[in-house]
Design a protein around this ligand. Sequence first.
Ligand SMILES: [Zn+2]
Length: 284
Amino acid sequence: MKNGQKYMRNVLIADTSMKKIIFTLYEPYSNDKKIKLQKGSILAIKYATIAVTSTKIKKLNTAYYTIIRNTTGNYQQDLLLKDFYEKNQNLDNFLFIYVKEDYKYLKDIKSLIEYNSEHNIENCKLTFITKAYVENFYLDENSLYKSCPLCSKKLIESPDNKYQCLLCNKIFNQPKYTFKITLRVRDTNDKAFFKLIGTRANKILEVEPELVRHYLDVGNGQELEKIEKKILFNEYIFTATLTSFKYDKTGKIMHNINIDNMEKADGENLKRILKLIQDNEDND
Ligand SMILES: [Zn+2]
């Protein structure tokens, strides 16, 4: 509570998959003036963000750019959901809301970076879902780095061909390789660079970094191309985390977008979003 006024509200939302998720509405959606919520409300939510509570529950949040409407914008869909709610409202005591879309466009992510820059927001960490296709991706020397076999931190190479981890304070004769891949992704509005790092890359590319290292060493372009083709030009639902820091030496705000999960885009409902969140938790 702030100034005696309610400044946020939590509701439970669901769709026809009957999966539920907590949705936290902040100002200006925190009261009934802007958006009216009651059991069985049908809503279209665009550009919400995924947040993690202190108890590690992942949920949806409104952000300054979130758009909520009291209809899905499709009359047939509204009727279907209304009918579904009426038939099932005895099953549960939750607010029934349809989530039309919670994907963000790349341009919204970029405007968030600008927003952070203008408002001097340092060390922001925001997880979002976006749908985009992989426009460019190739495997080269920059796709891998020499990492610590214990903690995956980048190793310092010494003149006697040994490798030191400053975090573990250990010396190794052989480094382990870890993926650090940059994907150029594009949606209908814009493009962006996403980073795919560590064991998530092994899983998605279905290959170990050591094998890619080998293909690079022997110059086996054919095998490298086979791996690239697995994800190139496919559309994915990305769960990714944006981090931004203050300014670099040139005064430019630095940001990273790291991929937490990517799954081929072939369905869009809350069940799917929850699965993405669940997979994320399994990886933590
Ligand atoms: Zn280490």
